[in-house]
Design a protein around this ligand. Structure first.
Ligand SMILES: [Zn+2]
Length: 217
């Protein structure tokens, strides 16, 4: 069986033993993309320290060692997952920001930090809550960083209008898909490559499956 997994929110607060516990067996058959928060804010997650302070992932030495090893073995990939993952004052997701200067600064700092910490080139950006402003997409395009997003059901409808693009992409995917019923489609929007997984679940009806197949032709 072939499958891909995306696991979000790796941060200072992640215990490295969990990687072994959860993935030791799976890593024999599948590659995992971890999306990583470089400067997590304690308030961003319930399991954080709940303080409004910043914790660099580099400070979790055990985790960094583990991830570096897995990267070396080419068993995993990592993607930037925001800057600190804290929602904005208006409760919108971190990268729904519209100020291009701030966005650019955050993306570049995040990339630099992760590349330095893991000694690895990073080509993907997955915004927290899979939510990003149009300005954010323009910055990713400018920086030639790929956007990592996911959704299921009829993605092509969304791409009939690229401006619609700015409000759509959502849903983190963590699904095991049946090999014969899996479709991947790479779409290019300027410099951004989107990888759209089609996730077929046991609840997918025959009719829905046929429609998905048709939409990808
Ligand atoms: Zn997240």
């Amino acid at each position: 069986m072939k499958f891909l997994i995306r696991d979000d929110d790796l941060s200072f607060f992640t215990e490295s033993r969990l990687i072994d516990e959860k993935y030791e067996d799976i890593l024999k058959d599948a590659k995992i993309t971890f999306t990583v928060i470089p400067f997590v804010n304690g308030q961003a997650f319930y399991y954080g320290n709940q303080k409004n302070n910043i914790k660099k992932i580099a400070e979790n030495k055990k985790l960094v060692k583990k991830i570096k090893q897995l990267l070396k073995e080419e068993k995993i990939e990592i993607s930037i997952h925001g800057f600190n993952h804290k929602n904005l004052k208006n409760q919108k997701a971190e990268f729904q920001l519209k100020n291009k200067k701030i966005i650019k600064n955050k993306v570049l700092k995040a990339k630099k930090e992760l590349e330095k910490t893991f000694n690895s080139n990073i080509k993907f950006f997955a915004p927290p809550h899979n939510s990003i402003s149009y300005e954010g997409l323009q910055i990713l395009n400018e920086l030639k960083i790929n956007y990592l997003g996911a959704f299921n059901i009829y993605p092509l409808k969304i791409f009939t209008d690229y401006y619609y693009f700015k409000i759509i992409i959502k849903l983190i995917w963590f699904k095991i898909v049946h090999p014969k019923k899996t479709y991947f489609k790479e779409l290019k929007y300027k410099n951004i490559i989107l990888i759209l997984p089609h996730t077929i679940t046991p609840y997918t009806t025959e009719k829905k499956f046929k429609n998905i197949k048709k939409s990808l032709k």
